[in-house]
Design a protein. Sequence first.
Length: 395
Amino acid sequence: MTDTGNSLLIRPATSDPAAAAPVAAWMWLTQPMRDSGQPGAAGNNPPASDAATLLLPASWMHIRTLQLPSMGAAKLAQALPYALEDYLAGDVEQLHVVSSRQQADGSVLVVAMDAELLQSVLNQLQALGITVQRAVPDALCLPRHADGHSIMRLGDGWLLRDQHDNAMCLRAEELDWLDSAADSNARWHCYISNEQAPPAALSGHCQTHPHSDPLATLARHADSCELNLLRGRFARSEDRSGRLWRAPALAAGILIIVLSGYAISEHWLLQRELTRQQQLVREQMQRAFPEITTIVNPRVQAERALAARSGTGSDRLLALLQATAPVLAAQQLTSLQSLEYSDAQLRLQLRTASVTRLDDMLLQLRRQGLAARLEGVTSDADSVRAAVIITTGNS
């Protein structure tokens, strides 16, 4: 392709992947206008470009920090899909998974996205003469603050990034849930335009950072985002061409290993013993924690399983909130009276018009893969009160 000289920042206008087309409705900036923050004309296709950066909505993917044993990049790439199995519904083989560099303490930030959806988006842009060089989660382009959370209104949702790089996209009606789960002393860094006000739902200290356009703010931080989804099977062909030297180098390395027969035999014996010990550990783990289907790091997974059983797992609370919020938001004539989380259970005290509405809500929650039941149902002339107890499906 001939170089057009245009460099783009482009993002779908909606956080719903089913409504992402056509590209003419997307938001975009030409790179020379990045600092000024002037967006492209609404309703027009972005200009052709050989150097586009694609911002993908965080709602299209799963973003999570995992704790894994220290390992090389190749082994880490193999282990990540199985390490995510306990957190995701569906077949992990259909996902495209990338990660940041693993930290010294074993933590690694992971992003998983449906591979077919990513390929469809790239194909649409390619048909318009747009070659994507980088694809990054939009919420991870928010400025990171060590003393609190970053939040920004973009399109039809709110982007959130906390100080631990947990990131998500929320609808406006879900902000009440987010604030209920957060520390009342939490510090929020709110990125809004001069005409907007911070969300009324957020409590704690809220510091505003006015800007003229959200894409311009994200553009200034997009280059520093380490998680580029165009890796592995989606890596650009010119990026892979420079790796052809690895095959001869690998052959030479294998030859050296073969010539070192004694060292190889020692290594083989040690590896066999290690495999035997690992198998014993797996058997003990499966007896103690049958809910763990894939064992990556026995110590860490056992600690998390114990934490989940005692009700102290923050990951489980966040997962319950994310899965429950859309169901409650869709219920009409239903109000949330209180919210509690204890012993790995989310307890919602609700007031609604009829028991039929409660039954419908239970059905929708179960379709999300949650376990839900009613408790303490009472009624009067015009309303029904009940507690809904929600846990993950494998609790």
